[in-house]
Design a protein around this ligand. Structure first.
Ligand SMILES: [Zn+2]
Ligand SMILES: [Zn+2]
Length: 962
C-alpha cells in the first residue's frame, strides 16, 4: 500500500514542530481589526491511562472549528489545561504509598504529548493545571470572597462514614452500601459539619437566565430547569409540640386532605420527633435505607415508619401522624412533605401500603355551575357480561344517544343498592353490586330530556350479572330505550359526554389518586370552590393565622463543597478556640498542600501533618488549627475559562480588561453528562464574579455543543477492562492521524454516538492518498464554467456545514469537490482546495501547500470566499442530465449484451435544441468508448430510424444505439 511510501509520521512531526517553533497558534490579546473568537473544550482530568480515540474525537471537533475560525480571520483563543485534582490520582498514591502529584504530573505530560500528536492547534502558552498553587490560590481567594459575603458557610450534612476506616467516604467509595475497602462493613450516614456554597441565592437568576441562552441545546436547558426546579406554591406550618415544621406545597387546595406528614429519613432533626416507644423501629428503618443515594430515591419503592409524633393541622386543628420515609429529600423545602393520598400518586401508594386514611377533598368536576341548577345524587352502573366481555348500555330512542344506566339515589338507599335497582328497572337484568369505582365526580349540564340545568354528583358502581337472561320490561321503559351490549372499543367511540365514561375508565385504570383540579369537598368553609379560587382563600386563611404564606420554592440545594480528601484545594480556614472560624488573610494565600506526605490509609494525611495543621490564629495570635477538608474539584472548573484569558497573573485572579476582551466563551464543547453539575456551577460563579464587579457579562458561554460518544468497534464503551480501547498512537501508525481525524468527523453527526471502524479510516486514507498523488503530479489545467460553478457552490456549502458542526456533510462536499478538480483544474482552484482541506487534515494540507511552493502556513491562510455570481444551478442541473444520460446509455449497452451478446457500436443522442451545447460529442465518446452523435430534435439531417427523438423532454434525451 501507498502508506509504505508516504511516511505520515514524519510529515506530522515536521509540521507539529514548525507550528510550535513559529508560534503559529499563539493568541494575542487585543488584535486590531480582528474579531475575537474564544473556543474551548472542557478541560480533561488527566487519567493515568492516557487518551484514547474517544477523547481524540472530542478534541478534533474543537480543533476543526478553531482552525476554521482562525482562517476566517478571527483572533482565536483556543487553550488547553488540566483538571488535575481528583480521586483516582489519590487512590493510586494510596496504593503506591506515594504522592498524587507524581502520578498527576506524569499523566499530564503524557496527555500533552498525545494531544500534540493529534495536531491540535492549542495555544499551549496559556496552559493551566488546577493542582498548581498558582492556580488554586484563586480558588481559595474566591472561597474567601464568598465567605465574606455569607455565601460560603458551614452546616451539618449527612456524609458516608465507615466505622472501620474511621473516616468519611466519598460517594464513589461506597459500593452497594458497603465500604470500598471493607466489603463487610456497612456505611453509616453521619451528620457532620460541612462547607456549602450558597448557590440557592442565585437559583432564580440561574433559572431565568436559561431563556437567554439561545446557543445552548434545548435538552440541556430543560435538564437545568428541572434541576433548579422553580415552583410557585405555599409554605404551610404544621406545629409539632409547638414547633413549626414548614412544608412546601403547590397544591394548597388539597390541604384538608392531608392525612399524614412525612419527614426525610436524613433530616438532622428527625430523632427529635421520634417517641421513645418508636425509637427501635425508626433506627432499624434508618439502618435499612441509609446507604441509598439521593439520586436513586425516585426509583425506590416508598417505605416509611411512624415516628410516634403528631402535628397539628393549621386549619382543622386535628392531629396528623408524622412518618419518616425514604422518598423525601432532606433539604427540599424543610425536609417534610404533606401526605394527600386521595390526590397524589406517591402518597396514595404509601397510604395503601400502610393502611393510612385516604380523604377525598377534590371532586373531579365537569362543566360550570349554574344558579338555578337542580342538585341530584346519582349512580352510574358499569356492568360487564362475562361471556363476551361487553358492557351494558342503553340506547335512547327519542334522543338517539347511548349512555350507561344512570339513576338517582332514593331515600335510604346506598349507592350500591340504588345501582342494583336501577339496572333491573331499566334493563330487566338482575345484577349484584361489587363495589364503588373510585370516588364521586360531579357534572353541571343541561338535561335535554327534562329541560333543566342539573348538578349531578355521581358515584360509579361496578356490578356483576346474576343471570345472563333479562326479565321482560314494562312497556313504558322499553318504549324509551333498548339494551345495547358494547365492546370496550365501541364504548370508546361513543359520542357522549366524557363524564358518562368515567365509570368505565376507572374500571380499566384501577384504583388511583385523582391528581387533577376540581371542586373542593370535605374542606369545611371552602367546599364548593374551584381549586384555583380555593388556593387564594386558603392562603388568606393561613396568613391570618400566621401559619402559612406564598412562596417560590426551588429544588436546587446549596452546593456541598468540602471533601474529606487530600488531593484537592485546601479550604483557607483556621479554627481558633478563642475566635472560632477565622478566614486565612488574603496575603497568606495560597494555603499549600504539603509535598512531603505519606499515605498510610484512606484518611487524608493532612489530619496528621502537624506542620500543616498548626498555625497561629490571624486574629488573636494564639495557636489555631487549619481546616483539613479540601474543596470539590468542580470548584476549580467553575472559573478556569476566565483564567485562560490571563493565565500568568500573580497579582490578581485575572485582569478584567483581558477577560472583557476574550470572554464570554463563544463556543464551548463537552459532554452532556455535565448538564446539572459543571454547566450550572460555572454559571453560578460567573454571576458571583459579576456581582463582585470583576465581569461585565452574566453567562460564561454563548454557544454550547455536546459531542456524541465514540464507542469501540463492538459498539461498547471503550474501557481498559474490556480490552477494546483504540489508542491514537496505533491508529496514527496504521493510517496517519489526518485519516483518523477525517474518519472521526465523517462518520455520522458529531453530536451522535458512533463506533470506531478501521474500515472507515481506511476509506479516509484512500482519499488522502488520492489527493497526495494528484497534487504531486499536478499540471495546471483549465476551469470551465461548470467547474467554477461547482467549486463556488461547494465553498459556500462546505463553509456553512463546518460553521454548523455538520462535519459529516462537509466531508462529503470536499470529496465531491476533489472529484471535480481531479478531472483537471487551475492552480488557484487547487490552492482553494488545500485551504479547505486544512482544518480537517492539517498535516497533509501543510505538506502539500509547501509542495506547491508556498512558504507560509496554510493553517493561517485566508479562508476562501465563494462568488455567488459564479454559481450556476441551471448549468449544474444540465450537467447532471449529461451524467444521467451516460448512465442510461451504459445500461442499454449492458442489456443489449445480455440479450443477444451484441455490442452497440454507434450511439445517437437526441436532445432539445437549447440543451445541445452541453452534450459534447467528443467527451461523450471518450467516456463511453464509442462513436457518439448528438442531434437537436429539430435537425432535419438527423439519423433516427426508430423515431426516438419524438419523445424527448427537457433534461431527458432520447437514445438510439446500433
Ligand atoms: Zn472502610
Ligand atoms: Zn484567635
Amino acid at each position: 500500500m501507498a502508506d509504505k511510501i508516504i511516511n505520515f509520521s514524519a510529515i506530522e512531526k515536521k509540521w507539529q514542530k514548525k507550528w510550535e517553533s513559529e508560534k503559529a497558534f499563539l493568541a494575542k490579546d487585543n488584535v486590531k481589526g480582528k474579531k475575537k473568537y474564544y473556543i474551548l473544550e472542557m478541560y480533561p482530568y488527566p487519567s493515568g491511562s492516557g487518551l484514547h480515540m474517544g477523547h481524540a474525537f472530542n478534541y478534533t471537533i474543537g480543533d476543526v472549528q478553531a482552525r476554521l475560525k482562525r482562517m476566517q480571520g478571527y483572533n482565536v483563543l483556543y487553550p488547553m489545561g488540566y483538571d488535575s485534582f481528583g480521586l483516582p490520582a489519590e487512590n493510586a498514591a494510596i496504593k503506591a504509598k506515594s504522592h498524587p502529584k507524581k502520578f498527576t504530573e506524569e499523566a499530564i505530560k503524557n496527555y500533552i504529548r498525545q494531544q500534540k500528536e493529534l495536531g491540535l492547534s492549542y495555544d499551549w502558552s496559556r496552559m493551566i493545571q488546577s493542582h498548581k498553587p498558582e492556580y488554586y490560590q484563586w480558588d481559595q481567594w474566591i472561597f474567601l470572597k464568598m465567605f465574606e459575603r455569607g455565601l460560603a458557610y458551614k452546616k451539618k450534612a449527612p456524609v458516608n462514614w465507615c466505622g472501620k476506616c474511621n473516616t468519611v467516604l466519598a460517594n464513589e467509595q461506597v459500593v452497594n452500601g458497603k465500604c470500598w475497602r471493607h466489603e463487610d462493613t456497612e456505611v453509616e450516614i453521619k451528620h457532620l459539619e460541612q462547607w456549602f456554597l450558597k448557590i440557592t441565592d442565585y437559583a432564580d437568576e440561574l433559572y431565568e437566565g436559561l431563556n437567554k441562552l439561545d446557543g445552548w441545546p434545548d435538552f440541556i436547558k430543560t435538564l437545568q430547569r428541572n434541576w433548579i426546579g422553580k415552583s410557585e406554591g405555599t409554605e404551610v406550618d404544621f406545629l409539632v409540640d409547638g414547633n413549626p415544621w414548614r412544608v412546601f406545597t403547590t397544591r394548597v387546595d388539597t390541604l384538608f386532605g392531608v392525612t399524614f406528614l412525612v419527614v426525610s429519613a436524613q433530616h438532622p432533626e428527625l430523632m427529635s420527633l421520634v417517641t421513645n416507644d418508636k425509637k427501635k423501629e425508626v433506627e432499624n428503618f434508618l439502618k435499612k435505607i441509609r446507604s441509598t443515594k439521593e439520586e436513586d430515591m425516585d426509583k425506590l419503592s416508598k417505605e416509611g415508619v411512624f415516628t410516634g409524633s403528631y402535628a397539628i393541622h393549621p386549619l382543622t386543628g386535628k392531629k396528623i401522624p408524622v412518618w419518616t420515609g425514604n422518598f423525601v429529600v432532606a433539604d427540599y423545602g424543610s425536609g417534610m412533605v404533606m401526605g394527600v393520598p386521595a390526590h397524589d400518586e406517591r402518597d396514595f401508594e404509601f397510604a395503601k401500603k400502610y393502611g393510612l386514611e385516604i380523604k377525598q377533598v377534590i371532586r373531579q368536576s365537569f362543566g360550570e355551575a349554574k344558579e338555578d341548577e337542580e342538585k341530584r345524587f346519582t349512580i352510574s352502573a358499569v356492568v360487564q357480561r362475562k361471556s363476551d366481555k361487553k358492557f351494558l348500555y342503553l340506547k335512547w330512542k327519542e334522543f338517539g344517544w347511548v349512555a350507561p344506566v344512570i339513576g338517582g339515589i332514593d331515600g335510604n338507599e346506598t349507592p350500591e343498592s340504588a345501582a342494583e335497582r336501577e339496572v333491573f328497572e331499566e334493563t330487566g337484568y338482575k345484577a349484584k353490586a361489587v363495589g364503588k369505582l373510585g370516588l364521586p365526580f360531579e357534572a353541571h349540564f343541561y338535561a335535554d330530556n327534562k329541560k333543566v340545568w342539573r348538578h349531578r354528583i355521581d358515584q360509579p358502581i361496578l356490578l356483576e350479572l346474576i343471570s345472563d337472561n333479562p326479565e321482560k320490561l314494562n312497556k313504558e321503559e322499553s318504549s324509551m330505550h333498548e339494551v345495547s351490549w358494547l365492546s370496550r372499543e365501541e364504548v370508546a367511540k361513543l359520542t357522549t359526554h366524557s363524564y358518562n365514561l368515567i365509570g368505565i375508565e376507572r374500571f380499566f385504570e384501577g384504583e388511583k389518586a385523582f391528581t387533577g383540579f376540581g371542586t373542593l369537598v370535605n374542606s369545611e368553609g371552602f367546599d364548593g370552590l374551584k381549586s384555583s379560587e380555593a388556593k387564594e382563600h386558603i392562603i388568606n386563611a393561613l396568613e391570618m393565622k400566621k401559619l402559612g404564606r406564598k412562596k417560590t420554592a426551588f429544588r436546587i440545594r446549596d452546593w456541598l463543597v468540602s471533601r474529606q480528601r487530600f488531593w484537592g484545594c485546601p479550604i483557607p480556614i483556621i479554627y481558633c478556640d478563642e475566635c472560632g472560624t477565622v478566614p486565612v488573610p488574603e496575603k497568606d494565600l495560597p494555603v499549600k498542600l504539603p509535598d512531603n506526605v505519606k499515605f498510610e490509609g484512606v484518611e487524608s494525611p493532612l489530619k496528621k501533618d502537624e506542620k500543616f495543621l498548626k498555625v497561629k490564629c490571624p486574629k488573636c495570635g494564639k495557636n489555631g488549627k487549619r481546616e483539613t477538608n479540601t474543596l470539590d474539584g468542580f470548584m476549580d472548573s467553575s472559573w478556569y475559562f476566565l483564567r485562560y484569558c490571563d493565565p500568568k497573573n500573580d497579582k490578581k485572579i485575572f485582569n478584567s480588561k483581558k477577560v472583557k476582551y476574550w470572554a464570554p466563551v463563544d463556543q464551548y464543547i463537552g459532554g452532556k453528562e455535565h448538564a446539572t453539575g459543571h454547566l450550572i456551577y460555572f454559571r453560578f460563579f460567573t454571576k458571583f464574579l459579576r456581582d463582585m464587579g470583576l465581569l461585565e457579562f452574566d453567562e460564561p458561554v454563548l454557544n454550547l455543543f455536546n459531542q456524541g460518544m465514540l464507542h469501540a468497534y463492538d459498539g461498547q464503551k471503550m474501557s481498559k477492562s474490556k480490552g477494546n480501547v483504540v489508542l491514537p498512537e496505533s491508529v496514527s501508525k496504521k493510517f496517519g492521524i489526518d485519516a483518523a481525524r477525517m474518519f472521526l468527523v465523517s462518520d455520522g453527526s458529531p453530536d451522535k454516538d458512533f463506533n470506531w471502524s478501521d474500515k472507515g479510516t481506511e476509506g479516509s486514507l484512500r482519499f488522502i492518498l488520492k489527493v497526495i498523488n494528484f497534487v504531486s503530479t499536478f499540471k495546471s489545467g483549465k476551469m470551465d464554467k461548470l467547474k467554477e460553478s461547482k467549486l463556488h457552490k461547494i465553498i459556500k456549502e462546505y463553509t456553512s456545514n463546518l460553521d454548523d458542526f455538520n462535519y459529516n456533510i462537509a466531508v462529503i462536499k470536499i470529496r465531491e469537490l476533489f472529484d471535480v478538480l481531479e478531472e483537471g483544474c487551475d492552480r488557484k482552484s487547487l490552492e482553494i482546495f488545500l485551504k479547505m482541506l486544512s482544518p480537517i487534515c492539517p498535516h497533509v494540507a501543510e505538506e502539500l501547500w509547501s509542495k506547491i511552493g508556498k512558504k507560509e502556513f496554510v493553517s493561517l491562510e485566508k479562508w476562501p470566499e465563494y462568488d455567488g455570481k459564479k454559481i450556476d444551478i441551471e448549468l449544474e442541473k444540465k450537467a447532471d442530465a449529461v451524467d444521467k444520460t451516460i448512465e442510461d446509455v451504459k445500461n442499454i449497452l449492458k442489456i443489449m449484451r445480455e440479450r443477444n451478446g451484441g455490442e452497440g457500436k454507434r450511439i445517437y443522442i437526441y436532445v432539445l435544441p437549447n440543451e445541445k451545447a452541453f452534450y459534447d460529442e467528443k467527451k461523450l465518446g471518450e467516456r463511453l468508448g464509442r462513436g457518439v452523435w448528438v442531434y437537436a430534435v429539430n435537425d432535419p439531417k438527423k439519423h433516427d430510424p426508430e423515431g426516438k427523438s419524438k419523445k424527448v423532454k427537457p433534461g431527458r434525451p432520447g437514445i438510439y444505439i446500433e
